[in-house]
Design a protein around this ligand. Structure first.
Ligand code: UT7
Length: 334
């Protein structure tokens, strides 16, 4: 018998900036092609925010939509969790920005890293707070402004064509019906792979944190061994899905909808193949938004919910993999 309440998602929202950059637009900035980008990743276009707009501005719009769906007032929140790898400032965290923008009073506002797994890490934190009775109304947001941290040049093309800006938000509350809510969140880190996908500058390991040499070497832009990330993603993601399902005596067939991080459509196809599941059981939006890191999973969730892809009691599995390496999977009864 479930004695402690579970965390349940009762509101979702998303926001993307209005300016669309198609693959053809990127062709004008660097030596790339629409064909290469679509074949390798499945991306057709992405959104870039205008300068002056930060991840917390996108998060605010997504949060308002999620709070409206949940019928929860910002003033009733007792925890804000902000997952991002592209914060407004190095410090204070973007959670502090969002708390102020929402005008919800001085509640606890945490920033969570976890990179592309940031939303799953955030779910782990949110469910722990709710299950232990430390929070009753939690806003969990993933938001990124990647457009500031990529080099839109031929030198930076291996990373630049992949990323976009966006925000996804969810509101979580305690649920006493044992049939509903977050059943488990499993999350992992293996820092042995930290150099494979990284952004090194500014670095508080060195003096000063930003050097001219580092800027000249382009270390303010992400560096990625894409093939290596791909190889680990297609191994770890099905593994963690199997593990989280196994804890509840469930099989991949029991899941109604799979949502994956939107790094590469080929990764998601490979994961579904390994799980023996048809692609029709996923919802993807990488084609329109590219990789929005911590925002990708909650953006997919919001679109899937509003498209009527989930009914009360459906089993939902959300899974991500990212820099660190970090990875994790959340299993929920909707
Ligand atoms: O969200 C965080 C986690 N990130 C990921 O999960 C990313 C995982 N990795 C990937 O999705 C893929 O590795 C990429 C999409 C990043 C790259 O695809 P790939 O099939 O692994 O290509 P590659 O890096 O091996 O590059 C193949 C070729 C190279 O040329 P040569 O050496 O074969 O002549 C690259 O220089 O494609 C070239 N290339 C490009 N060409 C046109 C690399 N980037 C581009 C580009 N446009 N943007």
């Amino acid at each position: 018998m479930q004695l402690r309440p579970r965390a349940r998602i009762v509101g979702t929202g998303m926001f993307v900036p209005p300016d669309i950059y198609t693959n053809k637009d990127l062709e004008k900035m660097m030596d790339t092609s629409d064909e290469w980008i679509q074949q390798r990743t499945g991306i057709k276009e992405r959104r870039f925010a205008k300068p002056g707009i930060g991840p917390s501005d996108l998060a605010l719009e997504a949060s308002r939509a999620a709070l409206t769906m949940a019928d929860v007032k910002a003033s009733d929140l007792d925890l804000i969790i902000f997952a991002t790898l592209s914060p407004d400032y190095f410090f204070p965290g973007s959670g502090a920005f969002l708390q102020d923008y929402l005008g919800c009073g001085p509640v606890l506002a945490l920033d969570v890293r976890g990179q592309c797994s940031g939303y799953i890490y955030g779910l782990k934190v949110a469910s722990a707070f709710i299950e232990s009775g430390q929070a009753k109304r939690v806003l969990l947001v993933g938001a990124e402004c990647h457009s500031r941290g990529i080099s839109l040049t031929t030198e930076g093309r291996d990373v630049a064509v992949l990323f976009g800006d966006g925000a996804g938000a969810t509101v979580l509350v305690p649920e006493t019906n044992p049939e509903l809510g977050i059943l488990s969140v499993e999350a992992h880190t293996d820092g042995a792979y930290r150099e494979i996908l990284k952004l090194e500058t500014p670095s508080f390991k060195q003096w000063p944190a930003i050097t001219k040499e580092n800027l000249d070497a382009g270390l303010q832009f992400p560096q990625m061994d894409g093939r290596n990330v791909f190889k680990h993603a297609v191994t770890r993601m099905p593994e963690v899905v199997g593990s989280v399902l196994g804890k509840h005596g469930l099989s991949p067939d029991d899941v109604k909808l799979y949502l994956f991080h939107q790094a590469n459509m080929r990764i998601n196809e490979a994961v579904m193949k390994q799980l023996g599941q048809p692609l029709t059981k996923t919802y993807n939006n990488i084609e329109r938004y590219g990789n929005c890191s911590a925002a990708s999973v909650p953006m997919c969730l919001d679109e899937a919910v509003r498209a009527g892809r989930l009914e009360r009691g459906d089993l939902l599995c959300m899974t991500a993999f990212g820099a660190g390496f970090t990875w994790g999977s959340a299993l929920l009864r909707w």
